[in-house]
Write a protein that binds this ligand. Structure first.
Ligand code: PHE
Ligand code: ZN
Length: 868
């Protein structure tokens, strides 16, 4: 028999709960190792599905239970508290419980925990170790953390209003909803909007607020706050502006208004993910909200703006309308990612944003879809739901929304969303409900489209062209490779955005969306004067791999003439990829066609600097490895590394005359974290990175010294490190920033990320001995081991040292923090791409991890799937 802890849960088994919740009253008596949680919950028997009262609960010390203020028989296991239906009233009843929990030793960062943690045992005779000056209480309940706080039906379809009372001597005590009574030692909060338990939050600590305000379109005043630890209050202004922009955008674009008197954001240093959309009380990993020009890069600013928007947008897509069960996770995440992407595009540049989105989609989601962890956007089963907060659910989930919008059109999209909000406000719903709003609005049958939610794998799309008597015909063929548990794939609905360019470079047919539904399908364009060149999959209109035979000449032609910025970039990308692959395969040097095309784009002042920088960027080593593997070639990480370095040197030499000017002319002047400034800095730093290969590092050293912002300081250091230089600057950087946790994360990360292949594991290992390294802070752990896994040649060094080092640390981390361990084990997901030696070494490490006694359910599931 299977252990309950590793049981598989199936979508098809969904059943309504036996009881609904009418309201919840919680009292917290906070203490580091003995917090008392008193709950008073009104349950309403579900006449549709009568049965026992089943409450989730884990790691709770139960003090007392009562039903309607009387003693009742109940059963408690490690995971549940059950009261038999025969022992319960048939009418609504109150359930009361008191439990004790220990936030200070909660290293999993799920449920109620303290940041920073203090897991040292109290001294003998000491009753309770006191939290440090800066320690704060914090909760994380998604997906199933509330059950570590008290007994409750911890499932998203159970929605209820919450009243919370917090008792402690912390100066600031926050929970969801609107503030109620407060005084010395206590604070009360009431959240009138019914919500599932995963959106519950509580924060208490010595925090300082950066205040702000917003007036909603119907004239309601909302108090805004970003709460941080003393010392961080100077890093909140940018996040506050992003929040106001998000609120205005959601009103303007989706007609969605904020619905409470107050909106609080809290920054916490110890956090497993980026941020969390708890109702009215968003909790952020401090790396995703704190920003200043001295300590944050342009990429940080952009990410912070996007995440603030994302969490805020969840207020409607996730909170007011939530998921019936965790299989529907993409209902809130895919839609909310899509919304934050559109927001960022509006705030910055849609063209640049789209290219960045495709880069991450390919790097993370295509990688996942191509390996043993491939799963549908709506999975049909899971062991641990935490393992499904994936690129597939989030990023491919967002692509599905984009395709749907492209198919139905902007106006119908808006109408359908309005219908969805109107119909389902206050409900916990499914993908079927979401699609029904579209089907009902447009009269379309979306049955085939729905396969995007159930069929895993990245479709391959090939195309053939025909030209006859003024008619140009494109014949597309699609197929989706088998993925774990899914061998037969059906044709998908593919919106293929196409434009045609005439021989003189002028567009003869503007962007047209072809809706492909068959395995093979032809589309014709009539009445053309001359054979055109097709621009296919404009704006990356579907998340597919386009397999298209194209000469370098055609690519260069489209790179020069395509009106679609994504395709224009893509053509440069393909040229670069072909160049690198040829170099890897047999040392063929780059063709001048490629080098000149890049030079032309780089020096074209009519193009956005950010776009030019993106065009100069080479495909990653991981991307090249996958491309080789797809072509039936076993990737050799050393060769890939060497070829990429060689192409960088050749580019640097070929562009020698233009790099200094690019560097000088793209000085953005006074720092502003906007699209214009960041675009210039990114082109400038791309130029610097190549320039450093030929000038001995002089320019980079000078910039490092002079820089008044982190983008340029870190960019200069990075340029030096990737050229094998920068030792002094690295030491200087640590001396300057030793007291800034987030900047020191960069210091740890950069060294490992840019280490030479034969040194990466040793450098990572020595950094784990650094006094500032800690396994308990996920950001710090990720900055070393995320960087190691991302250093392709270093991770796959043939001595296998990096594999073993990562495995050692995953085993150690699993005992503290299963969620982050499981997530990081994805570093091994591509193991089957490589040669037998490397495969063997990776398999050995995965098996060693799996053989660890008491390995968590999270990591067990991940490693088992990776090995399968
Ligand atoms: N729901 C969060 C988001 O996407 C992510 C998250 C999941 C955070 C689980 C913490 C834990 O915005
Ligand atoms: Zn989200």
């Amino acid at each position: 028999m299977k252990d309950a802890a590793t049981q598989t849960i199936y979508l098809k088994d969904y059943q309504e709960p036996h009881h609904w919740v009418r309201d919840v009253h919680l009292t917290f008596r906070l203490a580091p190792r003995a917090t008392r949680v008193l709950s008073k919950i009104t349950f309403v028997p579900n006449v549709q599905n009568p049965g026992d009262l089943i409450l989730d609960g884990e790691g709770l010390r139960l003090i007392a239970v009562a039903v309607n203020e009387a003693i009742v028989p109940y059963q408690v296991t490690d995971t549940h508290l059950v009261i038999k239906s025969g022992d319960l009233p048939t009418a609504p009843f109150t359930f009361e419980a008191e439990v004790e929990i220990s936030p200070q030793t909660n290293t999993a960062l799920e449920g109620l925990y303290m940041s920073p943690l203090n897991v040292e045992a109290p001294e003998e005779g000491e009753r309770e170790s006191q939290p440090g000056q800066n320690a704060m209480y914090c909760t994380q309940c998604e997906a199933e953390g509330f059950r570590k706080i008290t007994y409750y039906p911890d499932r998203p379809d159970v929605m209820a209003p919450f009243s919370v009372r917090i008792e402690s001597d912390m100066p600031v005590m926050l929970s969801n909803g609107n503030p109620g009574a407060f005084g010395p030692g206590f604070a009360e909060w009431h959240d009138p909007w019914p919500k599932p338990s995963y959106l519950f939050a509580l924060v208490a600590g010595n925090l300082i607020n950066h205040p702000g305000g917003f007036t909603t379109k119907s004239g309601k005043q909302v108090e805004l706050n970003i709460w941080v630890r003393p010392g961080d209050e100077g890093k909140c202004a940018f996040g506050m502006q992003a929040l106001k922009d998000s609120m205005a955008w959601d009103e303007r674009v989706y007609g969605r208004e904020y619905d409470l008197d107050i909106f609080n954001i809290v920054a916490v240093d110890d956090f497993n993910m980026g941020a969390m959309e708890n109702k009215g009380l968003n909790v952020f990993n401090s790396s995703c909200v704190l920003a200043s020009k001295e300590t944050s890069t342009d990429a940080n600013f952009e990410r912070i703006e996007g995440i603030i928007a994302h969490e805020y947008f969840h207020n409607w897509t996730g909170n007011r309308i939530t998921c019936r069960d965790w299989f529907q996770l993409c209902l809130k995440e895919g839609l909310t990612v899509y919304r934050d992407q559109m927001f960022s595009g509006d705030m910055r540049s849609h063209a640049v944003k789209r290219i960045e989105e495709v880069l991450t989609l390919r790097a993370r989601q295509f990688r996942e879809d191509n390996g043993p962890l491939a799963h549908p956007v709506r999975p049909e089963s899971f062991v641990e739901i935490n393992n499904f907060y994936t690129a597939t659910v989030y990023e491919k989930g967002a692509e599905i929304i984009g395709m749907l919008k492209r198919i139905v059109g902007d106006e119908a999209y808006k109408k359908s969303c309005d219908l969805y909000f109107e119909r389902h406000d206050g409900q916990a719903v499914t993908i079927e409900d979401w699609l029904a709003a579209f089907a009902d609005t447009t009269g379309r049958d979306l049955a085939q489209f729905k396969q995007w939610y159930s069929q895993a794998g990245t479709p391959r799309l090939s195309v053939e062209e025909d030209w006859q008597d003024g008619t140009f015909t494109l014949t597309f063929t699609q197929s989706t490779p088998a993925t774990p548990g899914q061998s037969d794939k059906k044709p998908m609905v593919l919106p293929i955005a196409v434009g045609l360019i005439g021989p003189n470079g002028a567009e003869v047919v503007p962007t047209t969306v072809l809706e492909m539904t068959e395995a093979t399908q032809s589309f014709s364009f009539e009445g053309l004067g001359a054979r055109p060149t097709a621009s296919i999959l404009r704006d990356f209109s579907a998340p597919v791999v386009l397999e298209r035979e194209m000469s370098a000449k055609t690519r260069a032609f489209l790179l020069a003439h395509d009106t679609d910025p994504f395709q224009k970039w893509e053509m440069g990308r393909m040229l670069a990829k072909d160049t690198l692959i040829a170099m890897i395969m047999d040392g063929t040097p780059p063709a001048n066609a490629y080098l000149d095309a890049i030079k032309t784009v780089l020096t074209d002042d009519s193009l956005d600097p950010a776009f030019r920088a993106l065009t100069l960027g080479l495909p990653s080593q991981d991307d090249l490895a996958q491309t080789l593997y797809d072509a039936g070639v076993t990737p050799d990480p050393d060769k890939i590394y060497a070829a990429r370095e060689e192409v960088r040197r050749i580019l640097a030499a070929h562009l020698r005359e233009v790099l200094p000017a690019l560097y000088v002319e793209n000085d953005a002047g006074a720092f502003a974290p906007d699209a214009e400034g960041s675009g210039k800095r990114s082109l400038r730093l791309s130029a610097l990175s190549l320039l450093t290969l030929s000038d001995g590092g002089a320019t980079a050293r000078a910039l490092y010294k002079r820089a008044d912002n982190m983008t340029e300081q870190a960019g200069a250091l990075q340029a030096l490190l990737s050229a094998g230089l920068g030792e002094d600057e690295l030491a200087d950087f640590a001396a300057q920033w030793q007291d800034d946790r987030l900047v020191m994360d960069k210091w740890f990360m950069m060294q490992v990320a840019s280490a030479a292949p034969d040194q990466a594991a040793d450098i990572a290992k020595s950094l784990t001995q650094h006094p500032d390294f800690t396994m308990k802070n996920p950001n710090r752990f990720r900055s070393v081991f995320g960087a190691l896994a991302g250093n392709h040649a270093g991770f796959h060094a043939s001595d296998g040292k990096a594999y073993a080092l990562l495995a050692d640390h995953l085993i150690a981390l699993d005992a503290l923090n299963p969620q982050t361990t499981a997530r990081m084990s994805g570093a091994f997901e591509t193991w089957k791409r490589y040669d037998a030696d490397r495969q063997g070494m990776m398999r050995d490490q995965l098996e060693r991890i799996l053989a660890t006694p008491t390995l968590s359910r999270d990591t067990t599931e991940m490693v088992t799937r990776i090995l399968s």
